[in-house]
Design a binder for this molecule. Structure first.
Ligand code: AMP
Ligand code: ZN
Length: 466
């Protein structure tokens, strides 16, 4: 089955041909670590996690390298560090902020069922590579030193604007670029800039005497180069990164290494929005992953994200979450304790291979779930479990999930079982007042009882979380 991916650069869906099937290489821009990530930030993490899983399925788990960086040098980090740890030297407080935020990010995306990438490079550990690229760009005539800055001269690259599909004039009108007197052209962007006193700083390239720090775009070019080479297969991120971030990454990498492509396929997820507007820190209309995880299992958030095609906008609503929660519950009921054995459902895989048509793939899972009541029930249950696993869903067993939810709801499973036994004993001696009292006590704990008959015809009480 062919895998087709939509390439933002050529605006077409193409058959995916890895440069090296023994090492399929993907880079996705990761978080700037200064605060809790919001659920919009989770979208690229989840979408590209599904692609990572699909690539591992196709090419083998050891034949895919997925790099997602940590941006740990940025003005927002410096501001946060100064605010939160005013008594400490800035460099120390910055390390505290980045270490703590990185930990929070990992906990959050782990809870959303995302695999860790193969490599998670930090920008501050790749300064040497950044300087090396900048020196190449200066030597090639694509960059110049001015006022202790190094700038990329966009008019030296005829293909500049190809990804964004805008002319230089349009980009100039659209971008709020700094108009600095030392720039040769307004559109020239910063590769390196001097650090302010107390800020993190490193020896500068280009013969600049004062220490400085990198611009944002060069960080990704350097980390991608170090871990994936001069040219690789897939580069991803949110649609807001197309311009200027990805356009500038392409300019830096292609001009430094004399390549006509940085990545063969450029993939971008659409926005997660609230009432028609992009969720973002600056608009203040955001909800963190952490806040949502207090109320919803990670899998419900994950499914809710995946119900919409990755290139379309998602409206994040309570109604959507409730619906996703019902779907997950229903699927767990179907799967029961089935093992993840056997092949992935063919229709499901076909949808996934059509530029990650996950909504269609989920539609197919609903069909498979319905088959589980028919003759081939056991096969269908296994197919549902295996296929959903490729989306990072239904990865627990039904019983483990129940235990999880118990611990989340702080319900003591042993105590529940004891109360159920006590109630059964009360019923056996026809003490219905006591048995009703126990039922009410359990209800107050959030436990709902279902009285039925066991396989032996004897009364059997099962229970679940309300
Ligand atoms: P940032 O920390 O803003 O650089 O964002 C990290 C990642 O999240 C980038 O790939 C962004 O494109 C992506 N992102 C940020 N906000 C949203 C949103 N509302 N919807 C989808 N992706 C987003
Ligand atoms: Zn990037």
């Amino acid at each position: 089955m062919e895998l087709k991916l939509y390439d933002t650069l050529t605006k077409e869906k193409r058959a995916f041909q890895p440069l090296d099937p023994a090492n399929v290489r993907m880079y996705v821009c990761g978080p700037t670590v200064y605060d809790f990530a919001h659920i919009g930030n989770a979208r690229p993490v989840i979408v590209f996690d599904v692609l990572f899983r699909l690539l591992r399925h196709r090419y083998g788990a050891d034949h895919v390298t997925y790099v997602r960086n940590i941006t740990d040098v940025d003005d927002k980090i410096n501001d946060r560090a100064a605010r939160d740890f005013p008594g400490l030297p800035l460099n120390e407080s910055i390390r505290k902020v980045t270490a703590q935020t990185e930990r929070q990010f990992h906990d959050d995306v782990d809870a959303l069922g995302c695999l860790r990438p193969t490599v998670e490079p930090r920008a501050t550990e790749h300064i040497a590579e950044m300087r090396a690229i900048i020196e190449k760009l200066i030597a090639n005539g694509n960059a110049y030193v001015a006022n202790d800055h190094v700038l990329f001269a966009v008019d030296t690259m005829p293909a500049y604007g190809r990804l964004a599909k805008r002319s230089l004039d349009e980009m100039m009108a659209g971008a709020r670029v700094d108009v600095a007197a030392y720039k040769r052209s307004e559109m020239d962007f910063v590769l390196w800039k001097p650090s302010k006193p107390g800020e993190p700083s490193w020896p500068s390239p280009g013969g600049i005497a004062v220490e400085g720090r990198p611009g944002w775009h060069i960080e990704c070019s350097a980390m991608a180069w170090k871990h994936l080479g001069e040219r690789f297969d897939i580069h991803g991120g949110g649609i807001d990164l197309v311009f200027p971030h990805h356009e500038n990454e392409i300019a830096q990498t292609c001009c430094a290494f004399h390549e006509d492509r940085m990545a063969n396929v450029w993939m971008h997820n659409g926005f997660l929005q609230v009432e028609g507007e992009k969720m973002s820190k600056s608009l203040g209309n955001f909800i963190t992953i952490r806040q949502l995880l207090a109320d919803w299992p990670g899998e419900v958030l994950r499914l809710n994200m995946l119900k919409t095609h990755y290139r379309s906008p998602i409206d994040w609503t309570l109604k959507g979450l409730e619906e996703s929660s019902k779907i997950i519950d229903g699927w767990y009921d179907v799967v029961g304790e089935a093992a993840a054995a056997g092949p992935v459902d063919a229709g499901f895989l076909e949808a996934l291979c059509d530029d990650l048509n996950i909504p269609a793939a989920i539609g197919r899972l609903h069909q498979v779930a319905r088959l589980s009541t028919a003759d081939a029930a056991a096969d269908a249950r296994a197919a549902l479990k295996v296929s959903a696993g490729l989306l990072g869903l239904l990865t627990s067993s039904a019983s483990a999930r129940k235990a999880d939810r118990l611990s989340q709801a702080r319900i003591d499973e042993g105590a529940v079982e004891q109360l159920i036994d006590a109630r059964a004993a009360a019923r056996a001696r026809k003490d219905f007042k006591e048995s009703d009292r126990i039922r009410d006590e359990l209800a107050a704990m959030g436990v709902v009882l279902k009285d039925g008959k066991g396989p032996d015809g004897q009364p059997l009480t099962t229970w679940e979380i309300a």
